[in-house]
Design a binder for this molecule. Structure first.
Ligand SMILES: Cc1cc2nc3c(=O)[nH]c(=O)nc-3n(C[C@H](O)[C@H](O)[C@H](O)COP(=O)(O)OP(=O)(O)OC[C@H]3O[C@@H](n4cnc5c(N)ncnc54)[C@H](O)[C@@H]3O)c2cc1C
Ligand SMILES: *[C@@H]1O[C@H](CO)[C@@H](O)[C@H](O)[C@H]1NC(C)=O
Ligand SMILES: *[C@@H]1O[C@H](CO)[C@@H](O)[C@H](O)[C@H]1NC(C)=O
Ligand SMILES: *[C@@H]1O[C@H](CO)[C@@H](O)[C@H](O)[C@H]1NC(C)=O
Ligand SMILES: *[C@@H]1O[C@H](CO)[C@@H](O)[C@H](O)[C@H]1NC(C)=O
Ligand SMILES: *[C@@H]1O[C@H](CO)[C@@H](O)[C@H](O)[C@H]1NC(C)=O
Ligand SMILES: *[C@@H]1O[C@H](CO)[C@@H](O)[C@H](O)[C@H]1NC(C)=O
Ligand SMILES: *[C@@H]1O[C@H](CO)[C@@H](O)[C@H](O)[C@H]1NC(C)=O
Ligand SMILES: *[C@@H]1O[C@H](CO)[C@@H](O)[C@H](O)[C@H]1NC(C)=O
Length: 537
């Protein structure tokens, strides 16, 4: 999480940080560079190895959902996974827990940095992953399953969901080796404030206070979704990194009554926009059933690629001179971000180690979730904070193109707290945070260093919310199930094209989304295999 204080890091500090990392990386301090054991699958950034080739499945975006999906499909089919960022392996900013939060401080340098910043039209600064592993490579690593109620509501197969969660958890999820002092204090303060019962360590979404799983292991190493590629079939999995997809290419049948995805057009991430390459979906000789292009480029990336490919609102495409392939005004609609209020409990920056969230407080009505962390401000300064989010916000916004360059961000507006329910929830949430911040546990932990005074009257709290609302990075929507894709994540009106990632959520899973997005990649991969098996009989 980035706090309001971290508006920008003075240039020299960024340099100091990079310089220090350079020294660490070159002076025998060894960072783990591979997942446990030797990596079996091949990664390339040589576009020539892929250009002109055909695959059963092309997955766009090697992120949280894209990697488990690619691994699963590669067992029966040939798969191209294409990612705009580079490798997470050997990069201490991704792998090492001690650098949690540092990617968010780096000055955004086109394709070189693993976090791409964007500021929503609401004025809230935000970030998205740009590396193999996606946002799971830069996030807080907090892992918590969605509730059974959510799974029911979405209509997923419960048994398969369980199997998929377990598959993920056996590979990249870890219980805490120990609780850090700040996480223990946070736990005590939540209990002291009455967020009960105490559930101990649990991956389930339960009311009360719990310790959750993490993608950081006991050695302080992060396991991104890219580690799940290890479970794929290396012979049939091509991972192309440093390549950015510009658009999907289509085929129309004779009378133009049917449009299907034929492949993708891509560029080198550090190359020119005009130097494009193509890859195609294999056409099996004997079968009517064939593979798909699957967009897993995230809540900003997937709607952006659909729009750049000519699928979206007619007027918008026209204003960017993008030829219309299929009119669909729902593309980019329903963007949501869980409003968050974060308060700093220390009075000034200190030199503490960054500390990702491990404890969660979930209120009785499941409407508010509280987490605590320590975030770096610079190489030697960090701040202790508690953050609360509205679990199921009502306010919705939209995403639109701002240009036709796939490297740049589209423009997005979330309309934080526009809905009165959200505003009321925010007031409640702020009152609760106030109580937690004043708990004896926290006062004891901080000693003399004092605490922030917060607004107290109702009017003040509404103003406070408006002014201080920020992101906890759980934004989603843009290609919602039921409006852009069907229940099988197939884009309405186009054959051979699916979307699978956070953009497909029409509402938040309530808890932190990473666990469910990792699960969904595996789950839907298994579903596709089942579907194909049924066809081939
Ligand atoms: C700072 C931060 C902290 C967070 N903390 C937590 C947490 O502790 N717990 C939790 O559960 N959730 C957390 N989240 C949320 C969670 O990480 C995201 O919701 C989730 O990772 C999104 O998954 P995704 O598959 O939708 O997209 P991503 O994982 O972002 O994957 C999209 C991928 O597509 C690639 N891509 C995009 N466009 C293109 C293109 N044109 N061509 C090729 N590739 C492309 C991107 O580079 C990226 O790798 C956090 C998020 C952030 C940013
Ligand atoms: C790769 O996938 C194809 C299907 O496209 C399959 O026929 C082939 O046996 C697979 N190869 C390997 C080595 O698994
Ligand atoms: C991807 O690009 C980055 C930045 O240019 C580079 O450091 C990295 O080596 C590239 N990755 C691969 C696998 O070539
Ligand atoms: C990976 O690439 C190397 C070099 O091109 C090749 O020798 C090896 O067989 C490849 N491995 C797999 C699993 O495809
Ligand atoms: C782009 O990256 C590739 C691989 O990392 C490198 O070989 C090439 O020189 C880079 N090109 C430019 C223009 O920076
Ligand atoms: C293709 O289909 C024909 C007729 O249905 C069949 O005889 C042939 O064995 C099939 N070939 C393959 C490779 O499955
Ligand atoms: C961090 O370093 C700067 C510059 O060296 C120094 O001024 C500052 O006091 C340090 N902060 C802490 C918390 O140690
Ligand atoms: C759109 O792009 C322009 C320049 O390319 C930039 O100045 C502006 O901030 C962008 N707008 C949004 C909403 O992102
Ligand atoms: C996938 O492969 C497994 C064996 O590797 C086989 O049992 C299964 O039937 C295959 N599924 C499909 C859809 O081909």
């Amino acid at each position: 999480m980035e706090l309001p204080h971290i508006k920008h890091v003075p240039k020299h500090k960024t340099f100091t940080l990079l310089f220090l990392l350079f020294i660490l990386a070159n002076c025998g301090v060894s960072f783990p560079s591979e997942p446990q054991g030797k990596r079996q699958w091949n990664m390339t950034s040589n576009v020539e190895e892929v250009a002109g080739k055909s695959y059963d499945y092309i997955i766009v975006g090697g992120g949280t959902s894209g990697c488990p999906l690619a691994a699963t499909l590669s067992h029966n089919f040939s798969v191209l996974l294409i990612e705009r960022g580079g490798s997470p392996y050997g990069n201490p900013l991704v792998i090492d827990r001690r650098y949690y939060g540092f990617p968010l401080l780096q000055k955004d340098n086109h394709h070189m940095t693993v976090a791409q910043r964007f500021t929503s039209q609401d004025g809230v600064s935000n970030v998205r992953g740009r590396v193999l592993g996606g946002s799971s490579a830069i996030n807080g690593g907090f892992y918590s399953r969605a509730s059974d109620e959510f799974v029911d509501k979405v209509g997923w197969d419960k048994m398969l969901v369980k199997e998929a969660y377990e598959w993920v958890e056996s590979k990249v999820v870890f219980p805490p080796y120990f609780l850090t002092p700040w996480q223990s204090v946070a736990e005590f303060s939540l209990l002291e404030t009455g967020i009960l019962p105490y559930n101990g360590y649990s991956l389930e979404h339960l009311k009360g206070t719990k310790i959750s799983g993490s993608v950081f292991d006991g050695f302080g190493q992060r396991h991104t979704s890219a580690d799940l590629l290890e479970a794929g079939n290396p012979q049939n999995l091509t991972v192309l990194v440093n390549a950015t997809v510009k658009s999907v290419i289509f085929h129309h049948n004779g009378d133009k009554s049917e449009t299907s995805a034929k492949g993708i057009k891509f560029i080198k991430s550090n190359g020119s926009l005009d130097e494009t390459y193509e890859a195609y979906i294999k056409k099996p000789k004997n079968s009517t059933s064939r593979g798909d292009v699957i967009l897993s480029a995230g809540a900003l990336g997937s709607p952006q690629i659909l729009l750049l490919s000519g699928i979206g609102p007619k007027e918008q495409l026209k204003s960017f001179n993008i030829p219309l392939v299929h009119e669909m005004k729902e593309v980019g609609q329903g963007m949501q971000d869980n409003p968050c209020i974060a308060i700093l409990v220390d009075s000034k920056p200190e030199n503490r180690l960054p500390d990702p969230p491990q404890i969660a407080g979930i209120t009785e009505d499941f409407k508010i979730i509280i987490e605590a962390s320590i975030l770096p401000l610079s190489i030697n300064e960090s701040r202790v904070n508690i953050a609360a989010k509205i679990a199921m916000p009502f306010s919705k916004g939209y995403l639109e193109l701002n240009n036709t360059d796939p490297n740049l961000n589209p423009s997005v507006k979330f309309n934080y707290l526009e809905n009165e329910n959200d505003m009321q929830e925010c007031v409640k949430m702020t009152k609760l945070l106030n109580r937690i911040a004043r708990s004896k546990s926290i006062a004891f932990f901080l000693g003399e260093s004092g605490q922030n005074k917060l607004a107290s009257t109702e009017i003040d709290l509404r103003k406070f919310c408006k002014k201080n609302v920020r992101t906890i990075y759980h934004y989603h929507g843009g290609c919602s199930v039921g409006s852009v894709v069907d229940k099988n994540y197939k884009v309405y009106g186009i054959k051979g094209l699916r979307v699978l990632d956070g953009s497909t959520f029409s509402e938040s899973p309530g808890t932190n989304p990473m666990a469910t997005l990792l699960m969904l990649g595996r789950y839907q991969g298994l579903k596709i295999l089942q579907e194909r098996e049924a066809y081939s009989c």
